[in-house]
Design a protein around this ligand. Structure first.
Ligand SMILES: [Zn+2]
Length: 246
C-alpha cells in the first residue's frame, strides 16, 4: 500500500490570510455527513477567501481588520449568516445550516461553495459604517458568488427587478452588466469608496462610469425583452429564493 500523502494547499503569503477555523456541531447528521462527503473544509475556506480577495482587492489593499474566520456547521433554521465573535468584531463567524446542506444534497458541493463565498464577502467588504444600502451589500456578495462560478440554478434574469438595489442576485446581475459595459473594476471602486467608514454616496456610480445609477438602471432594464424573457444569465426560471440569512 502506497504511503498516505495529504493534498497540501499552500496559503499564498502575499494575501495575508488570517487563521481559518472550522467547527461542526452535529457531525453525525445527514447534513454534516453530506458536507464532508462533498467538500474539504480547509480547501473550501481557503478557496472562498481567495475568490473574495481577488474579486475585491489586490494584495496591497486587503483590509487588515479580519483576525480570524471560523466556519461553524450546525443545525439551525435558514441557510447561513455571518456575524462576529461577541467579544471582538475582528473575529468573524460564518454559520452554515447542516439542515440546509441536507436539503441540497443533490448539488451539495456547488451550493456549499456558493453560500460560503457569499458569506465570506460579508467578512471582508466595507459597509460605509452601516450607511451602505442592504441591497448593495447583498448584491456585492452575490456578484462575487456569480463571478466565482457558483450561481445556483434558480437564479434568473427573466424579468427586471423593481429597483437597482433590490439585492442578492438581482443587484448582482446589474453590477455584472455595469462591469461588462463600462469595464471591470466598478464593484471594486464601489467597495473602496466605503473604506475606513467613509459614508456611502450614490454618486460614486457617476464617478466611475460617467452615468448616474438611475441612468445605468434604465440601460440595464432595457436589456430585457418584453416577451423573450431577458438575455439569459441565470436560467432555470424558478422563483428566486434568498440563499442565506444575512
Ligand atoms: Zn448575505
Amino acid at each position: 500500500m502506497a504511503p498516505y500523502e495529504p493534498v497540501y494547499i499552500p496559503v499564498p503569503a502575499d494575501w495575508s490570510i488570517p487563521p481559518l477555523h472550522f467547527q461542526v456541531h452535529d457531525s453525525a447528521s445527514f447534513g454534516s455527513i453530506t458536507f464532508f462527503d462533498n467538500v474539504k473544509p480547509p480547501a473550501l475556506m481557503l478557496e472562498a477567501v481567495l475568490h473574495v480577495l481577488k474579486a475585491l482587492y489586490v494584495p496591497e489593499s486587503v483590509p487588515r481588520h479580519v483576525r480570524s474566520i471560523t466556519l461553524i456547521l450546525r443545525p439551525m433554521p435558514g441557510v447561513a449568516h455571518t456575524t462576529s465573535n461577541t467579544l471582538d468584531d475582528a473575529h468573524k463567524e460564518i454559520h452554515l445550516s447542516s439542515q440546509y446542506v441536507a436539503k441540497n444534497a443533490g448539488r451539495a458541493r456547488d451550493e456549499i461553495y456558493g453560500v460560503i463565498v457569499h458569506e465570506m464577502v460579508h467578512c471582508w467588504q466595507f459597509d460605509g459604517g452601516g450607511t451602505c444600502p442592504g441591497g448593495l451589500i447583498e448584491g456585492i456578495a452575490d456578484w462575487v458568488r456569480l463571478k466565482a462560478g457558483f450561481a445556483p440554478p434558480h437564479w434568473s434574469r427573466t424579468s427586471p427587478p423593481e429597483k437597482w438595489d433590490a439585492g442578492y442576485e438581482q443587484t448582482a446581475f446589474f453590477l455584472s452588466f455595469i462591469e461588462d459595459k463600462y469595464g471591470s473594476g466598478t464593484v471594486v471602486k464601489l467597495n473602496e469608496s466605503m473604506r475606513d467608514g467613509r459614508k456611502w454616496d450614490e454618486g460614486v456610480f457617476e464617478g466611475v462610469t460617467g452615468r448616474g445609477v438611475e441612468v445605468l438602471w434604465g440601460e440595464y432594464r432595457r436589456t430585457f425583452g418584453r416577451t423573450s424573457g431577458g438575455n439569459g444569465g441565470g436560467g432555470g426560471g424558478e422563483p428566486a429564493v434568498p440563499t442565506h440569512g444575512v
